[in-house]
Design a protein around this ligand. Sequence first.
Ligand SMILES: [Zn+2]
Length: 237
Amino acid sequence: MVDFSEYCFLYRMLFAGYRYGIPWVSHYAARMLPDRVPVFVGEKILDQLDEQFETSQIPVKQQQIISKRIAVLQQQLPPMPFPVQIEFRDSEIANAFALPGGKIVLLDPLVELAQSDQQLDGVILHEMGHVYHRHMMTRLVESSLTAVVVASLTGDTSGVVHQMIGAGVFVMSTGLSRDMERQADQFAKQAMLKTYHTSEPMAAMFELLRQQQMQHMPDWLSSHPNFSERIESMRKP
Ligand SMILES: [Zn+2]
């Protein structure tokens, strides 16, 4: 018979296993997958999202300038696990997000909201932080872990990829974890300091986004470490 204290202990162990074990396993599992998996999953998620997105209205010339600036900026950063590729789309909300496999999607209202190149780069660098840390894939593995376990037992991985694409669209709307957002902010802050010698434009961009306060809160707003905290951390020396 299990007495009450043992029961509590078991419960705590189970909870700890769930709370820390799954993210831990996902962290490593996401790094063990062959690169073609995140690339493929990212492309498929974008295909699905494209059913809602419109073609970007940002002039092609401006798109090229932004992509080129990011390519140059990237040379000063630690090597990325995937080549970063900027994708422009139109939608109603000011948002940006990183897909597994290195694609970063910028929505027109966000590009238009930025009052300077540095502010926009701050957002892109934050998304590059997610690419660098493979956050999307980690989250997807987390949410598909059961399928991954089954696949590793049966050797049939086709179901997993399918599951991840479905989960991907869901994760895009629910966001990443608080810790992941902090990590991406820190990555961006370091990169801003290195490239522009200030992270103030990021703080300014956060403020612009906060002012917007859209009904549908994008990655930037909904993703947890609250806004004032994020602004403050950008301004901290
Ligand atoms: Zn983020």
